[in-house]
Unconditional design. Structure first.
Length: 84
């Protein structure tokens, strides 16, 4: 069901479990932690870009071309590959 992914992280305690694995990186605790599978895998790409500091992590690798800094920069993987 809808909670299978969330329930696979028994140490994950969040107020909005529907955000785990929803496709958007919630780059703040407790979501982007090992206990929550780094937001159910949503933050994996962003976490690989250690020099990337952006306000909206959901823009990184979302399939849309964000052709402006800091998103379209080497540090942010050229918007997580969206700008290549």
């Amino acid at each position: 069901g809808d909670c299978d992914l969330y329930n696979s992280y028994p140490g994950c305690h969040v107020l909005a479990p529907h955000l785990i694995g929803d496709g958007d990186c919630n780059d703040y605790p407790p979501y982007n932690t090992a206990d929550c599978g780094f937001d159910g895998g949503d933050c994996d790409l962003y976490n690989e870009l250690t020099e990337c500091n952006v306000q909206y992590t959901r823009y990184i690798g979302d399939g849309y071309f964000s052709d402006f800094p800091p998103y379209n920069t080497k540090e942010c993987g050229f918007d997580g590959g969206d700008c290549e």
